[in-house]
Design a protein around this ligand. Structure first.
Ligand code: DQA
Length: 152
């Protein structure tokens, strides 16, 4: 059976392409998802990509990921990265390998973006490479899944 990965993007990421392009680039979220699907095909896995502006929807999707047959997660929680204990708890509860993804490099921006709650439940983070961050995160996650004991 093909390895299935769930990619979740949080608030305001539906506006990619027009949202602060100097920070986030000019590619739309649909462009990012198309690239991710292409990379997934090359890696022999499948990716299902979702976006919501609602914290509860993100929590529901994370919590349902194991039941849904996903082997791992890519999560860009947007601003909830810096605030959401609920998303951290959902990631801990589902206990699937997760890579934190950001288009920008939050550590190089305002001080309030330096704290990531979700990082505590992630195997790694890719940030600062624009849309490439998603593809690079997928590469890292798939490599990690090939070494099951590394995140047991
Ligand atoms: C972001 C970084 C966050 O600080 C910000 O709130 C976002 C996008 C990124 O992908 O660079 O909404 O997660």
């Amino acid at each position: 059976m093909t390895t299935r990965i769930l990619c979740i993007s949080g608030p305001n990421l539906q506006l990619l392409g027009t949202r602060e392009p100097e920070v986030y680039g000019r590619e739309t979220l649909a462009d990012v998802h198309a690239r991710l699907e292409k990379r997934a095909r090359a890696l022999g896995v499948t990716v299902e990509a979702r976006q919501s502006n609602h914290e509860g929807a993100l929590v529901d999707w994370i919590g349902g990921a194991r039941e849904g047959g996903f082997a791992g997660l890519l999560v860009n929680p947007g601003a909830y990265t810096h605030t959401s204990i609920a998303i951290l708890d959902a990631l801990r509860a589902v206990a699937l390998p997760c890579v934190e993804v950001h288009l920008s490099n939050p550590d190089g921006r305002e001080p309030f973006r330096r704290r990531s709650y979700v990082a505590r439940a992630c195997i790694g983070r890719v940030a600062g490479f624009g849309a490439d961050s998603y593809e690079l995160a997928l590469d890292g996650l798939v490599r990690s899944l090939a070494r099951p004991r590394s995140h047991a």
